[in-house]
Design a protein around this ligand. Structure first.
Ligand SMILES: Cc1cc2nc3c(=O)[nH]c(=O)nc-3n(C[C@H](O)[C@H](O)[C@H](O)COP(=O)(O)OP(=O)(O)OC[C@H]3O[C@@H](n4cnc5c(N)ncnc54)[C@H](O)[C@@H]3O)c2cc1C
Length: 414
């Protein structure tokens, strides 16, 4: 799959970074990880630190998948707002899913610090510029407050006077952050290698043989990997091998601005619009990263043709929202993006294949989900029970789909 194109900012900033050799001989280990993005890196780092023997392969150079294109706002919010999620799944579980997101951001902070990668805690503003959405956003604020989340309602006047944002209202959340996802991924992989993990790029998994106690992974390089478990941290490319209906792929757009001189004086926050199409933004040094304008298709040619148009549209929209900031787009890119019916990713095994584990952080807060995946799968591999795994299992969507097919009147619109 063509995961991104254009000029992703982190790639321009850092280049290839860590380069490792492809797989040249057979390996035997406890866990084979397929994929060197932020998800595979967090898991490899965690397992290697726990003394688990790990071999990780990636068909590309390291971290060149979606992670390189990510704008990496770290949010606990799911794509489905809490007040809507509460009517789709058990309300207590919905609240717990949001609380887990908060915890995951703290885990990411600890992990980033452990490998000396800067991690910025910044408040987020989930805002609407449209008066007609105000009641809905207020309902979301009330749901979050009643779930015990650290949120505050911000009125139009304060948004303008404190943030220079022209909007009708917003939810301010304390528990959000931002990081350079590409730097973090490389630092985690380097540390995992230091702790004994074997990491090989330009090595594609081409097949799998399973027995009661092992999996054998065939690769396009010839040598194979024999392991007790395989973890697919293969991002959106996994969609093709999953049962239909589990994930919808879309295209999303982003840009990095030219450096902004006034940024030193600007209070830092991330912003996310409650709208469709939506816009979001964060700071990266003295540049802004602005994204959104999703499209429902993923055909690379059609998607890529729109990069210029979408960059102009995001720039114009941002200028309307924050007229006090003078921005010029410098680099623009596009990428594939996946959403799930309830906004939660998939972590765990597909029914009937217990040695094949998935770590799929689908959704707007994909990286937060990757952090949860590292903890949940480390527990699963060690044989420790983790009650949170039920929230992310494949069965929740597969069973709901089967139930809805039998009872069409139960369909819930988003
Ligand atoms: C423009 C954009 C903006 C985003 N913004 C945010 C954001 O603000 N916040 C957020 O949380 N998330 C965001 N995301 C989503 C986030 O980037 C993803 O959730 C995250 O990067 C997924 O990481 P990953 O490691 O799971 O996947 P990837 O980074 O795609 O890594 C998967 C790896 O698996 C490898 N692979 C696949 N198949 C094989 C195979 N057969 N053999 C060997 N290797 C294989 C690939 O080469 C790839 O390197 C954004 C995404 C995009 C595109």
């Amino acid at each position: 799959m063509d995961l991104h194109s254009g000029s992703p900012y982190w790639l321009l900033l850092h280049g290839l970074k860590t380069v490792v050799p492809p797989l040249t001989r057979d390996r035997t280990c406890d866990v084979a990880i397929i994929g060197s993005g932020i998800t595979g890196a967090l898991l490899a780092h965690r397992l290697a630190a726990d003394g688990v023997s790990v071999t990780l392969i990636d068909r590309r150079d390291l971290a060149q998948g979606s992670t390189a294109a990510s704008t990496a706002l770290l949010q606990y919010d799911l794509d489905v707002p809490l007040h809507k999620l509460r009517s789709r799944i058990d309300p207590g579980l919905a609240d717990h899913a949001f609380a887990l997101g908060v915890r995951a951001i703290t885990r990411l902070e600890e992990t980033a610090k452990s490998v000396s990668v800067p991690f910025e805690r910044v408040p987020s503003l989930y805002f609407t510029a449209d008066q007609r959405s105000l009641d809905d956003l207020a309902a979301e604020h009330d749901a979050r407050r009643s779930a015990g989340l650290d949120v505050r309602w911000v009125e139009r006047e304060e948004l303008w006077s404190r943030h220079g944002l022209v909007a009708a209202g917003a939810i301010e959340s304390a528990a959000s952050a931002q990081v350079d996802p590409y730097e973090l991924t490389h630092a985690l992989l380097a540390d995992a290698i230091h702790c004994g993990a074997h990491v090989h790029d330009r090595t594609r998994m081409t097949g799998l043989t399973t027995s009661a106690s092992t999996v054998v992974i065939a690769t396009d390089r010839g040598p194979s990997i024999t392991a007790s478990f395989v973890v697919y941290a293969t991002g959106y490319e996994s969609a093709a091998s999953l049962p239909p209906g589990l994930v919808s792929l879309r295209s999303t757009y982003a840009l990095a601005t030219e450096p902004i001189e006034s940024s030193a004086a600007q209070a830092r926050f991330t912003m996310w619009e409650y709208a469709d199409p939506y816009l979001y933004a964060r700071w990266a040094g003295d540049r802004l990263l602005i994204g959104g304008e999703d499209e429902d298709f993923t055909t690379p040619a059609a998607r890529d043709r729109l990069i210029g148009l979408k960059a102009r549209s995001l720039t114009d929209r941002f200028r309307t929202l924050m007229p006090g900031l003078s921005i010029e787009p410098a680099f623009a890119w596009t990428g594939t993006f996946g959403t799930t019916p309830d906004g939660l990713g998939y972590i765990g095994a597909v029914p009937g294949r217990p040695r094949e584990l998935y770590a799929l952080g689908f959704g707007g807060n994909g990286i937060t989900c990757s952090a949860l995946a590292a903890d949940l799968l480390a527990d699963r591999i060690a044989g420790r029970e983790n009650k949170d795994s039920a929230l992310f299992c494949f069965e929740r969507t597969l069973n709901r789909k089967a139930h809805t097919a039998e009872n069409p009147s139960d369909r819930v619109s988003s």
